[in-house]
Design a protein around this ligand. Structure first.
Ligand code: SF4
Length: 225
């Protein structure tokens, strides 16, 4: 996936599976506990995270910052998240981000809703958004959240509150010509790129095609390195 994204000029960000319980439904989290990594796999997960980070450092189009990688590791290990520690343990909604629902209502984020209805389509939305009551409402909801690793929210807080990621992103977005242009490719060219990548790791794709158990690949092999 990372190789394909890089070849077509698309930047990727990792988002680990988020789970929740029936008693605490959240819009972007599954009830399927089998998506949590068992303890026996944590070493392998850490090794793959290290490989992806290394691919990023080699120039592959992986957007994630070092603090974000560490938070993914913490999330998967079931450790408390720390990316909100610099903002009193509450994320930066609605100051640095919020979500917009399909009906144009403002939401705290993809998981949580605002108690009152605030439409971004309303002519006076800018004034309502700047009201302290809107800030308090969103923060009151966010303060009850255990945190998330949905790239769009933590990465924005990290970019704003951690010096090195902030500097790296300023350089990244200020670079001319930018490193973030999609390649102009036809569907056939993209299919060929995908086929070339699959051909380099046939052991991965045989598993999908035949549904037969294959010997476990090493982390490097899994990443196509
Ligand atoms: S940490 Fe903030 S953005 Fe993430 S799920 Fe909780 S309230 Fe939403």
């Amino acid at each position: 996936m990372i190789r394909f994204a890089t070849a077509i000029g698309w930047w990727v960000s990792l988002v680990p599976a988020h789970t929740t319980s029936n008693g605490k439904p959240l819009n972007f989290r599954t009830y399927d506990a089998s998506l949590r990594f068992p303890k026996s796999m944590l070493g392998r997960v850490d090794a793959i995270l290290a490989e992806v980070k290394s691919m990023r450092d080699q120039g592959f189009y992986v957007y994630d910052s070092d603090p974000y990688f560490e938070e993914i590791r913490r999330h998967i290990h079931g450790e408390p998240l720390t990316w909100r520690d610099r903002s009193g343990g509450v994320c930066d909604s609605p100051n640095l981000y919020f979500a917009v629902l399909p009906n144009a209502d403002m939401a705290v984020c993809c998981d949580w809703r605002m108690p009152s209805k605030i439409s971004v389509a309303a002519a006076n939305f800018p004034e309502i958004y700047r009201k302290k009551s809107t800030f308090d409402e969103a923060q009151s909801v966010a303060s009850r959240c255990d945190g998330c690793l949905y790239g769009s929210f933590p990465e924005i807080s990290i970019s704003a509150r951690y010096f090195q990621p902030m500097l790296k992103r300023a350089l990244f977005f200020g670079k001319k010509p930018p490193d973030r242009q999609l390649a102009k490719l036809s569907a056939e060219q993209m299919l060929q790129i995908a086929a070339d990548i699959r051909a380099k790791s046939p052991h991965l794709y045989r598993q999908v095609a035949t549904n037969k158990a294959e010997p476990k690949a090493s982390n490097s092999e899994e990443l196509g390195q």
